[in-house]
Write a new protein. Structure first.
Length: 268
């Protein structure tokens, strides 16, 4: 089963079919609630590996650095049975892992695209970014970033390798590709369902690092918001489709998690 099978009347079947597995890979799309989730994987589904990409190495292009990080992980995985891993992996990186580890169950989180783009812009200008000065020179303002190819359909780029994929094709591909897709907008329920699939239902312990309670769109000009929406039609379609699944299945998910929680307490 895959995320396409999570629909009304099938929640229990979906959980039973997807739960467990040997190895889960979190494809962490930037600014979609992933940093704290990686800490949960390390704590609850070890052995865990952060597939860290060391940008800024002299003489190496970003794609080469990503490929090198994945290759190092695959070499390490030959001698160690990882149960989970995560990283800012592009389509080609995930394909390499799936080819070498065909038992992989893949998951990701999505975020409302306008908020994601603005959060990425703010992050890349902060000291946490590997080269904020170069980013600020390339994109002096949010409007500059919003008008660039770099900001458009990044979720689509990570998932399919293409930015210009048709919205309906992105939704269909993602729903078939991933065993699970979470939503940053309804992170609590998403995480509880994910934890049920990977270990057992828990609340997240690590702090969620995605702009706190502040809406990134606050104070941004309406024209800029419109520009970002227009440049991210595919990402918006995916976010809306994932949101629709959770709206349709919310009550059934809550009921099923409650049933499993009670059964677990009784068994213990």
């Amino acid at each position: 089963m895959n995320f396409a099978d999570l629909r009304p009347g099938r929640v229990r079947d979906y959980i039973d079919a997807v739960k467990g597995g040997e190895f889960w890979l979190f494809q962490h799309i930037p600014k979609t609630a992933g940093s704290s989730l990686a800490a949960e994987l390390a704590a609850n589904r070890p052995p865990y590996r952060n597939i860290h990409i060391s940008f800024g190495q002299p003489g190496a292009a970003p794609e080469q650095q990503r490929d090198a990080a994945v290759q190092a992980f695959l070499e390490e995985a030959r001698g160690r049975q990882f149960r989970s891993a995560s990283g800012h992996l592009r389509f080609r990186n995930v394909e390499a892992i799936l080819a070498a580890m065909p038992h992989t169950r893949l998951f990701t989180f999505v975020r409302e695209p306008v908020s994601r783009v603005i959060s990425e812009y703010n992050y890349c200008r902060s000291p946490e970014h590997h080269n904020p000065e170069a980013f600020a020179r390339a994109f002096p303002t949010l409007e500059d970033f919003a008008a660039s190819v770099e900001s458009s359909n990044k979720m689509a780029l990570y998932i399919t390798g293409e930015r210009n994929v048709k919205p309906d094709e992105l939704v269909d591909f993602a729903f078939r590709r991933f065993a699970f897709i979470g939503s940053q907008k309804i992170y609590g329920l998403s995480f509880r369902l994910l934890s049920t699939l990977l270990w057992y239902e828990t609340e997240q312990q690590a702090r969620l690092r995605v702009s706190g309670n502040r809406d990134p769109r606050s104070g941004v000009a309406a024209e800029t918001l419109k520009m970002i929406r227009q440049a991210n039609r595919a990402d918006l379609a995916l976010f809306n489709a994932v949101s629709a699944v959770y709206r349709a299945c919310r009550d059934e998910i809550i009921t099923e998690l409650r049933r499993r929680r009670a059964a677990r307490r009784q068994a213990s």
